[in-house]
Design a protein around this ligand. Structure first.
Ligand SMILES: Cc1ncc(COP(=O)(O)O)c(C=O)c1O
Length: 363
């Protein structure tokens, strides 16, 4: 068996034990809450993990792009929600190609978007399921008022090529909460707001089956899921520095770590690693999720990666590191690392590599 010690650095490791425990914990929480779990697999884009999520009880997956949908469909996923608006004609046809073989749902937040989708769906005689996006505070996509939502829903209902399945939101603004208590408050408020939108739509005579919320911190902490049918956490499979900073995960709940090598000790207080933004990205989080750096050294001891270059990572208050030493890092944002890495190694607790998975984006 290959050993972690034999892998070239920087390399990305996924602890099988922690991954499986995270999958189990979220599946059990959703079961307790009485909501369907439809994990966002852009976190990893690895069919190997998607299959484990489905096995653990997920009822379908979420993706962000037609390409991710095609990848999931190629690997046997049969129920896919593309939770980002698709309006370009080329992308729309790519979506329809995927929809030939799976139950595919797409996101709509405008009349223009609905009409663009309806036009290609009608041309191919393939009715498409849609969910309308609601802005519950993130100020990204989505309609923000019940009036606007009802008006959009009525326009969608008038398009025979579209089937209105429900509504969804991504309450990602909770990452910017001031502290953990504020995060719980904001998460609960966003989830309640979407539940209320669903009820409001139905009261206006518009059918609204699915009410879907999605973010890892809110899935873990919101205290009221009434009126919600589905949650779409993504990051929870790995967890990362942001989730530790905002109090929704402990260090030992983090499945994805990076092994790097100390390549320079140019000053007593400075150590430089052979990993930079080309693998770690450059997220630091914000407010409650702010990690204070671009990654956290967790072995041999906690130290913060304070500066990043493309292929260098600098620790400006270094302690006890020597040139040539291998260290282990917790990334600030694991989804970015999984996206940028060409391969990731599934590892056991004894230093062994169980399997190496390829990032299909680079296939
Ligand atoms: C639409 C949508 N749903 C769900 C998620 C999952 O959220 P998280 O990364 O907090 O797990 C995201 C993340 O960006 C998203 O954009």
């Amino acid at each position: 068996m290959t050993r972690i010690a034999d892998l070239p650095t920087p390399c990305v490791l996924i602890s099988r034990r922690v991954l499986e425990s995270n999958l189990q914990a979220m599946a059990e929480r959703c079961q307790r809450l009485g909501v369907r779990l439809r994990p966002h697999i852009k976190t990893h884009n690895l069919p190997e993990i998607a299959q484990r999520q489905l096995h653990a009880g997920a009822g379908g997956v979420t993706v962000a792009t037609p390409q991710e949908a095609a990848l999931a469909a190629r690997h046997g996923v049969r129920d896919i929600f593309v939770a980002r608006e698709v309006v370009d004609r080329v992308d729309l046809y790519a979506l329809l190609d995927v929809a030939r073989s799976v139950h595919l749902i797409t996101a709509v937040d405008s009349v223009d978007g609905a009409e663009a989708l309806a036009a290609v769906a009608a041309a191919r005689e393939m009715p498409m399921a849609v969910r309308l996006e609601v802005d519950t505070g993130g100020r990204r996509c989505g309609v923000a008022t019940l009036e606007a939502l009802t008006a959009l829903a009525r326009r969608v209902l008038a398009l025979p090529a579209l089937r209105l399945e429900g509504i969804f939101t991504h309450e990602g603004h909770v990452y910017g909460a001031a502290d953990h208590q504020d995060l719980i408050r904001q998460a609960t408020a966003a989830v309640q707001a979407l539940g209320a939108m669903g009820a409001g739509l139905r009261a206006a005579g518009v059918p609204c089956g699915e009410v879907s919320v999605g973010s890892s911190p809110s899935a873990k902490t919101a205290t009221d899921f009434r009126g919600v049918t589905e949650v779409r956490p993504g990051n929870y499979v790995f967890n990362d520095g942001m989730q530790v900073a905002n109090g929704t995960a402990r260090l030992e709940d983090c499945a994805l770590t990076v092994i790097a090598t100390v390549i320079s000790r140019p000053a007593p207080d400075r150590a430089v690693l052979n990993v930079g933004s080309k693998l770690l990205g450059s997220d630091r989080g914000k407010n409650a999720s702010d990690t204070g750096g671009y990654g956290l050294l967790i072995e041999p001891e906690r130290q913060v990666l304070t500066r990043l270059y493309e292929e260098h990572g600098v620790i400006d208050a270094a302690n006890g590191l020597r040139v040539g030493q291998r260290v282990r890092l917790l990334p600030t944002h694991a989804c970015i690392v999984a996206n940028l890495a060409r391969t990731v190694a599934l590892v056991d607790d004894q230093g062994g590599v169980i399997e190496v998975w390829s990032n299909r984006r680079y296939a």
